[in-house]
Design a protein around this ligand. Structure first.
Ligand SMILES: *Cc1c(COP(=O)(O)O)cnc(C)c1O
Length: 393
């Protein structure tokens, strides 16, 4: 049995493609073509060249000495924070825009919450000279003004979405609506391992460069090509998916996923989808979803915009259901404390999302010889105000 996707687009009972009739052709075209494109020599050549010269890969695997002393294990940080545009998201957008071009598409749409995926998409659209429309909840447009300005400077059109809570879920609904209206010329670049098949698999493959590099880097540093633990935060699951991809069926490697507890999983103000979600369908895939008794999606909450999503990728739902991964809920205050700790111990200010992965460390028990790789998915520049304001309250 494998934890990777099966030929029908499922991970166990999760995944699939639950889409409106009007998108059927777009989605099946993509299902039929994505693997052939991604595995082609011309794609691989251009993708790898861009990852190296434009994104700045390989990202370093850094031995965090003082953090290791604190937690009593050998802790390495996979430094996705050092990528162009400040996070892992660019690995995916660089890949998907090349897929779009191979398929002859001329117009790109995307959804964004905090604006990180929007900026990463607008960036590659500028690079490839493609039209770019980004849907963003009106609440987020106000909260994330700098990213809105960046997207505009990059030449994208940012459309504020006024429905629902005016956040990520509503922006995604609107992007799907746009796609339904322009199925022929438009490619939808999804920002995480969510959405109908083949998106979760395509995004995981494009992010799998993270674990491909970990294999080589940990071999060089530890003389074996696998760690004992992999730790990553999960919103939709793309940085975690990339971190575990080449180890997913290797049971020597323990997988720990940190989801956003918000104020606490019993408070009603949380985004801990695996702890609280029930099986349902959201944005084209079957997975765990935070929903009411009668199936209405409930509004999630996390201090971290990138983890504030009521769903989770089907790959991760399946890993959790079969106990392949241990899932820990890390609350706002624990993530903030972990961010300050990394800053003071290692001189690295992490993104708030990544701080949730770091917040898993105090909840775990290690042996001194354990080799731990923790992915720092992004840098904290965008979160400085949140960090500074948190203790003022
Ligand atoms: C968007 C984002 C996340 C969450 O998304 P995943 O798809 O779960 O990785 C995590 N970290 C950073 C820095 C992000 O920008």
């Amino acid at each position: 049995m494998s934890y990777l996707v099966d030929k029908d687009g499922y991970y166990g009972e999760f995944g699939g493609a639950y889409i409106p009739e009007i998108l059927h052709k777009c989605v099946t075209d993509l299902q039929e073509q994505y693997l052939g494109i991604i595995e082609s020599e011309s794609f691989q050549k251009e993708y790898n060249q861009l990852l190296r010269d434009y994104v700045g890969r390989p990202s370093p695997l850094y031995y965090a000495n003082r953090l290791s002393q604190k937690y009593g294990a050998k802790i390495y940080l996979k430094r996705e924070d050092l990528n162009h545009t400040g996070a892992h998201k660019i690995n995916n957008t660089v890949g998907q825009i090349l897929v779009a071009r191979h398929m002859g598409k001329t117009r790109i749409i995307a959804e964004t919450g905090a604006g990180q995926h929007g900026v990463a998409t607008a960036t590659v659209c500028a690079l490839m000279n493609m039209e770019c429309v980004v849907y963003m909840g009106a609440t987020d447009v106000k909260r994330q003004h700098v990213n809105v300005e960046k997207m505009k400077m990059l030449g994208a059109t940012v459309v504020p979405v006024e429905s629902g809570n005016m956040t990520l879920k509503d922006a995604t609904n609107e992007a799907i609506r746009d796609w339904c209206c322009h199925p022929a010329d438009t490619f939808y670049i999804i920002g995480s391992t969510v959405g109908p098949h083949p998106y979760p698999d395509m995004v995981a493959r494009l992010q799998s460069v993270i674990s491909k590099e970990i294999k080589e880097q940990i071999m060089e540093k530890e003389g074996r090509d696998y760690p004992d633990y992999l730790i990553a935060c999960v919103g939709g699951g793309s940085n975690a998916g990339g971190t575990v991809y080449h180890y997913i069926d290797d049971e020597r490697v323990k997988i720990v996923l940190a989801e956003a507890g918000g104020y606490g999983i019993d408070t009603g103000k949380t985004a801990a989808t695996i702890a609280l979600g029930k099986v349902g369908i959201l944005h084209g895939a079957k997975s765990y979803v935070i929903q009411s008794e009668d199936g209405q999606i409930e509004e999630p909450y996390s201090i971290s915009a990138g983890l504030d999503y009521p769903g989770i990728g089907p790959m991760h739902a399946n890993m959790a259901a079969h106990k392949r991964a241990t899932v820990l809920a890390v609350n706002d205050d624990e993530a903030i404390a972990a961010a300050y700790e990394l800053t003071r111990l290692e001189g690295i200010i992490p993104a708030l999302e990544s701080a949730h992965a770091l917040g898993a460390l105090p909840k775990m028990k290690f042996n001194p010889e354990d080799v731990v790789v923790l992915t720092v998915s992004g840098r904290g520049d965008k979160d400085i105000e949140t960090y500074l304001n948190y203790y003022k309250k």
